[in-house]
Design a protein around this ligand. Structure first.
Ligand SMILES: [Fe+2]
Length: 380
């Protein structure tokens, strides 16, 4: 730790190969933060190995490595350090790459100073909350204990989270309501893996599109949106250190954990006080139409309708936008794959509706869903 470090201030590392922008950032940030700087990936990694750093502003163009490669390395080795991409070489692709590899934010040069400071402060506020959640999950096995232990641990999680600064980000959560719990639940997903939060948001979007076409009642529609968003929250018990960003994959040693997550997630939201319908979606989202799914091997219409919708939505997202897939599929290819799995994995009637709805909404799907489609059309 450098001798002039003010322990009351967060530490920001500015990584930029050009002296001008690097010095400008140092001058702007110094009144608020301890500031260090590096002109190359190698110098940055050296600083990170010697001093704790809360946040990095990262230029994409470096002399010894591409910024995106460095971002991946930092997120794997220093998962608690947040990264904001600052670049003059912005494009939709680089923004998506940054998000895919775990950047907390993205700022184009020339940047507005107020925007920069606001983004850094927001990111540091989020880091405080995520750090609290990560520590809590690592040290509180009671969350998965008996009914009484879990309920007690959940209360401790809520009050610790409020103290970690959640209340400064907006109106106080209305405890006891689904919407009031959303910031905490969303942060639990993000603390586990930022990609898990992005995946959850997209799955909720697709499931809601289908729910609208089925004319579900408003309570059922709300449960579907929430249940889809929280379908993988049981992976939170696994902890971020097991699946650092960039390394998440379904290996054989992760199979038991994988098969556990519907049960764990259903248990967690039950203790959070969410509806039985939401808990049921989470529990059943890996059941298969032919009865070969898990955890209970339910079959056909024995699987709750809302869980059958989420099964389709999450598969479509894995096929089109899984950050770990070497080549995500185009929308058409993903829909073909899903169509071929009607009657085995999926409810055939819902599969037809899903394909119809996605085809109709092709032009308003999230950027990550259409990235492979755009890349494919450019090749042809
Ligand atoms: Fe899942």
């Amino acid at each position: 730790m450098p001798s002039h470090t003010d322990l009351t201030k967060p530490t920001v590392l500015v990584i930029d190969d050009e002296a001008g922008p690097r010095d400008a950032l140092k001058v702007i940030l110094r009144p608020f933060f301890n500031v260090q700087s590096a002109e190359s990936a190698c110098a940055a990694l050296d600083i990170l190995s010697r001093h704790p750093v809360d946040l990095i502003t990262l230029d994409q163009k470096l002399p010894d490595r591409h910024g995106m490669d460095l971002l991946q390395e930092i997120r794997q080795a220093h998962a608690d350090t947040e990264v904001i991409i600052v670049t003059g070489y912005g494009s939709l692709k680089s923004a998506m790459d940054g998000i895919r590899y775990g950047a907390a934010g993205y700022l184009l040069k020339p940047f507005n100073v107020t925007e920069l400071i606001t983004l850094i402060n927001q990111t540091l506020g989020k880091k405080r909350r995520l750090d609290f959640i990560r520590k809590f999950f690592e040290s509180s096995p009671d969350l998965w204990g008996t009914e009484q232990e879990s309920a007690h641990a959940w209360q401790a999680l809520q009050s610790g989270y409020a103290a970690a600064g959640a209340d400064k980000q907006g109106p106080a959560p209305v405890l006891g309501t689904d919407l009031g719990l959303l910031p905490l639940l969303s942060d639990i997903l993000e603390a586990t893996d930022r990609n898990l939060l992005n995946h959850s948001s997209r799955v909720s979007f697709y499931a809601t599109l289908i729910g609208n076409r089925l004319n579900l009642g408003s309570e059922e529609q709300k449960s579907l949106t929430m249940g889809a968003f929280l379908h993988d929250i049981g992976k939170s018990g696994i902890g971020p250190h097991h699946f650092p960003e960039g390394q998440r994959k379904a290996s054989s040693d992760s199979t038991d954990i994988r098969k556990d997550h519907p049960d764990k997630g259903a248990q967690l939201v039950r203790h959070a006080g969410l509806s039985a319908e939401i808990s049921q979606i989470i529990l059943c989202h890996h059941e298969r139409w032919d009865g070969h799914g898990y955890p209970h091997g339910l079959q056909g219409e024995g699987i709750p309708l809302l869980a059958r919708i989420v099964a389709l939505a999450q598969t479509f997202d894995h096929l089109t936008a899984d950050p770990m897939a070497s080549s995500p599929l185009s929308i058409d290819a993903a829909l073909d794959r899903i169509s071929s799995q009607a009657h085995t994995y999926f409810d055939p009637r819902l599969t037809n509706l899903f394909i119809q709805v996605i085809n109709e909404c092709k032009h308003s799907l999230p950027p990550m869903a259409v990235a492979a489609t755009i890349a494919e059309s450019r090749k042809s």
